[in-house]
Design a protein around this ligand. Sequence first.
Ligand SMILES: *Cc1c(COP(=O)(O)O)cnc(C)c1O
Length: 422
Amino acid sequence: MSTANTGFAYRNKTLHAEGVALSRLAETYGTPCYVYSKAALTAAFQGFDAAFASHAHLVCYAVKANPNLAILNLFARLGSGFDIVSGGELARVIAAGGDARKIVFSGVGKTSHEIRDALNAGILCFNVESPSELDRIDRIAGEMGRVAPVSLRVNPDVDAKTHPYIATGLKENKFGVAHTDALALYRRARGMKHLKIEGIDCHIGSQLTETKPFTAAVERVISLVEQLNADGIELTHIDLGGGLGIQYQAEAYSCSVEDYAAAILKGIAGRSEKLLFEPGRFLTGNAGVLLTRVEYLKRNDERNFAVVDAAMNDLMRPALYDAWHDIVPVNNADASNDTLETWEIVGPVCESGDFLGRSRKLALKEGDLLAIRSAGAYGMSMSSNYNTRPRAAEIMADGADAQVIRQRESIAELYANEKLLK
Ligand SMILES: *Cc1c(COP(=O)(O)O)cnc(C)c1O
């Protein structure tokens, strides 16, 4: 199953989110705005969940991919758990109606305060990333008269073959504990009074488009689990993290959720531990677009520039990772080949890195609407107010209806917490 085109399609030459014309949303709510499809989010979750139907499992949506309350609430209703990386994300999940008992807490820098909040909420598991963190959680749990459920995040030292900024499973990365140190650390954890060993965890990177690195990671993790078992340490679950990639460009995609599941299920055949997964991008990425309007067309000797009203502060991935997002016209009535030209799609921010797409063949005029596709993950969640730009509105399409799920920020809100000098 490819979820690439679920939720968004042309009708009468106008791109729609489910039954709603994006042109109508732009008129009603203004641009730039993020538009999501509830059906696409649902299909992605159910597709992932169904792929693992043959083995006991829990999908823990990685909140950082897109933390909007409406999206968390939708996944919670579908039965999802959550992978959080901060106390802020914990609060969001609770506010959205998520079940604390289905939360795993990842991240290398959990503060004492965050650990206390998570213990109070009664989360499923801490994914512990260092010996010092293990000590800290044991001490805090003891102070609170609690027992903290823990997994160790092991670093399987496999190359995820993805962008270096989103590869996390190599020795040189800051994440997890070295495979070779894991057994000793588990033994130490076993002796700690206020910890209960629940599982093992790994997460090797993001936007992986082949099964090989996953297969390699599973093998490494299972060999550790066997060593632990031989040592008398039994685990309740094995958490294989997230990382399954999505289709950003039709021709550059090779790993379906079925392929991914088949590779993993083969690797864990015969084992009875529950499997946990932490998909982020896969669940939301293709379910959203960033809708933007062309402000100016500008040409020089070298290039054609289309200056749009969205920018790197709204969608950082192109500037940060040189990432590709398909950019398509909302109205494709006049997209005959002879009117196509090559455009640099750029925002108004004062940085040459502020581009959303390079060398795109489009037929453009000022005032046109464009949809930047596959923007549902790490789009809004990485947005900022750089250049004092209010963050975009977010809208959820659901059949013939659409609902604002986050108001556009006002300019006054941006400096409401600032003070003039006395
Ligand atoms: C970011 C992250 C994820 C989600 O990664 P995706 O590539 O979006 O699936 C899962 N687990 C951890 C620990 C992460 O940091």
